[in-house]
Design a protein around this ligand. Structure first.
Ligand SMILES: NC(=O)c1ccc[n+]([C@@H]2O[C@H](COP(=O)([O-])OP(=O)(O)OC[C@H]3O[C@@H](n4cnc5c(N)ncnc54)[C@H](OP(=O)(O)O)[C@@H]3O)[C@@H](O)[C@H]2O)c1
Length: 267
């Protein structure tokens, strides 16, 4: 399975807002959609996809299992509920959204349930999200490196997550960058803006190209058709080594997604 390098994020978007975002995204060429049980928008996305006329076989749909559904008895039924809402027989990728807080549900059980779900044809692949180096090593030890399709983590110019990124590269685990744009914050950065101006690109394109060039998949979200369309063109932008180095200097270890009671002990 190859994981698409560019997809659509849908966190915070619900109802008509997410329906419009998905419709516009598919219209301008997106073929991958990232959702999660906790986003409470799977049914809206299912509706938007159904109405789009794009064949299911052309799409790559990712969902994420919420922390209260990680046990062996709950995971498969909850994934089936996601499939019903998404109006599909199978998703392409299912992620553990956050590691079970305090290790309440053993990782063994959850990865076993995900392997069962895959064997039953409910998901083509599975992976993890918000996993630290230690948790990622545990997942690889349990399921095998080739079974973990990606670790979806926060990576932006302001939170470059280098320790984890280097480790993932060493052990051959793919990373997906979420909140690549730091929810819009990095687009105001003077360094990013000056690179964008010189390259006749948008700040968002510069940041997305920076992430893509490191081999990360990206899943930026937008409610605006013109942003959706222009963001996708980041795939055609190549940054010089100097520009990449200038962005490397922007790291300030500023984490935006750090929910209390949920976040693991970050690297
Ligand atoms: N696994 C996890 O725990 C986790 C956590 C967080 C997020 N995620 C996933 O990652 C996705 C991306 O993260 P995110 O949505 O939080 O943040 P993001 O993609 O970093 O930023 C989205 C924000 O940037 C703005 N934006 C996008 N393109 C723009 C452009 N070209 N020019 C100006 N502004 C632009 C959007 O505003 P407009 O609507 O105005 O364009 C929106 O406010 C999520 O949607 C979700 O699917 C996963």
């Amino acid at each position: 399975m190859s994981l698409p390098a560019f997809g659509l994020g849908t966190f915070r978007l619900k109802g008509q807002t997410v329906i419009d975002s998905v419709r516009n995204a598919l219209d301008v060429g997106y073929r991958a959609i990232d959702t999660a049980q906790i986003y409470d928008n799977e049914a809206d996305i299912g509706q938007a996809v159904a109405e789009s006329g794009v064949a299911r076989s052309e799409l790559f749909i990712t969902t994420k299992i919420w922390i209260d559904q990680l046990s062996a008895d709950k995971l498969v039924p909850s994934l089936k509920e996601s499939l019903r809402k998404l109006r599909t027989d199978a998703v392409d990728l299912t992620l553990i959204h956050w590691p079970s807080p305090g290790g309440a549900v053993p990782l063994d059980d959850t990865l076993g349930a995900l392997a069962d779900a895959r064997a039953q044809g409910l998901t083509r692949a599975f992976g993890v999200s918000n996993f630290t180096i230690d948790l990622l090593d545990q997942a690889v030890a349990i399921a095998g490196r080739d079974a973990i399709a990606t670790n979806q983590v926060e990576i932006s110019p302001y939170l470059q997550n280098r320790k984890l990124a280097e480790h993932a590269r060493e052990i051959g685990i793919h990373l997906t960058s979420y909140m690549t744009l730091a929810y819009g914050k990095v687009l105001q950065d003077p360094v990013i803006q000056s690179i964008a101006q010189r390259l006749n690109a948008t700040p968002a394109q510069v940041v997305l190209a920076w992430a893509l060039q490191q081999g990360f998949a990206v899943i930026p979200s937008s409610t605006k058709r013109e942003n959706l369309a222009s963001n996708l063109l980041a795939r055609d932008l190549t940054l010089s080594a100097e520009d990449v180095a200038a962005i490397a200097d922007l790291d300030r270890h500023e984490r935006l997604a750090n929910p209390e009671g949920l976040a693991p002990a970050w690297d």
